[in-house]
Design a protein around this ligand. Structure first.
Ligand SMILES: C[S@@+](CC[C@H](N)C(=O)[O-])C[C@H]1O[C@@H](n2cnc3c(N)ncnc32)[C@H](O)[C@@H]1O
Length: 344
């Protein structure tokens, strides 16, 4: 795991609302201006924000659009929906904004029902919001003691983080820590977790993890372990892959997608799919050497935050913004054929 992966729990100093364009105490959207600039190609178009959070990026998109332009927002966290609906009440009243609860693993039916897909652009700003991290009762943070929950959608039937650390065999925990946290001390940490059972608070889990690491590594290990559990509890990588696969069908020809990833497991998947239309490192080409891919990365992508933004919002340091445009129908048809024929 690279340095940028360990930045996920960074936030502005306690009690200080991060400032900047479109930031609120709930969340400071990363690269908001760049996202709107890159995504909006038709001011009268329809755009999907599939990770609505506090509505910061949606507000930036609405500002970049003309009076005819619309944004449909989704989030699987009911609290985020309430926040965004309140913030964007005026746009809602004008029929320019609508929000619905949903998991972007179901991007195609959600976009169909709420945005009349195909649409002109889709935003995926991955991971958790500052509000989710800051709320001790959500159980996402190793810095705050709270119940070991970590579900983004608390109404879902998903297992909690307490159930994962309580029930999973040691070997499976170890694998989870390798796969989703790239944690080098996975065997020691998995052992410590099993020995410390029962664990039902973030504080108790953090204590068990600390007992299996060495002080200079402590914060990094905690960040990796909490990230790994969060990914497993919410099925984050499966949802991302499903959303990426749905994009060629959800976007208009030339419509764009913007993906903001905060760690390499997500960024690698986004990069590969946006370039190749699959999750392997190399492209598939036809007999003439043409790439068989449904999307084409936009020049300059990935974009990263300017130092000034990173200073006021440290979370921006780890962000990679990747943008791609949907290729013409023939390219998408070729890609679909390749997938149907059993290609990746
Ligand atoms: C980084 S925050 C987005 C912040 C938002 N862009 C803003 O400006 O406030 C990520 C949001 O995506 C939501 N989320 C994560 N995975 C999701 C999924 N599979 N489906 C729907 N929402 C998801 C989280 O609940 C969280 O609110």
């Amino acid at each position: 795991m690279s340095k940028r992966d360990e930045q996920n729990e960074t936030s502005a100093p306690p009690g200080v609302a991060p400032r900047g364009a479109y930031a609120t105490a709930y969340h400071a959207p990363v690269m908001a201006q760049a996202v709107a600039q890159q995504l909006v190609t038709d001011p009268a178009g329809t755009y999907v924000d599939a990770t609505l959070g506090g509505g910061g990026h949606a507000a930036a998109l609405l500002d970049a659009l003309g009076p005819e332009g619309r944004v449909a927002g989704f989030d699987r966290d009911g609290e985020a929906l309430r926040e965004a609906r309140g913030r964007l009440a005026e746009a809602r009243e004008k029929g320019r904004f609508a929000a619905a609860k949903g998991d972007f693993a179901q991007l195609a039916p959600l976009a169909e029902e709420h945005a009349g897909a195909p649409v002109d652009g889709v935003l995926l700003d991955l991971g958790v919001s500052s509000r989710q991290l800051d709320a001790a009762e959500r159980g996402f943070s190793f810095r705050k003691d709270g119940p070991l929950d970590m579900r983004m959608d608390r109404e879902s039937g998903r297992r909690t983080a307490a159930q994962v650390v309580g029930d999973w065999p040691e070997g499976e925990l170890e694998q989870l820590l390798y796969d989703y946290g790239e944690e080098p001390r996975a065997p020691q940490v998995a052992r410590a977790i099993v020995e410390a059972r029962p664990l039902d608070s973030t504080g108790a889990l953090a204590e068990a993890v600390r007992s299996a690491t060495i002080p200079p590594e402590e914060t990094k290990t905690l960040a990796r372990v909490f990230q790994a559990l969060r990914i497993a509890v919410n099925g984050e990588l499966d949802a991302l892959e499903a959303a990426l696969r749905a994009l060629p069908g959800v976007l208009e020809a030339s419509g764009r997608v913007a993906v903001i990833a905060y760690h390499s497991l997500e960024d690698r998947r986004a990069k590969r799919f946006l370039r190749h239309g699959h999750f392997e490192a190399t492209p598939v080409r036809d007999l003439y050497g043409h790439r068989l891919a449904p999307l084409a990365p936009v020049d300059g992508s990935p974009f990263t935050a300017a130092e000034e933004e990173i200073q006021r919002n440290p979370r921006a340091r780890s962000a990679h913004l990747r943008v791609a445009a949907r290729r013409p129908d023939e390219a998408v048809a070729e890609w679909r054929k390749r997938v149907a024929d059993g290609g990746s």
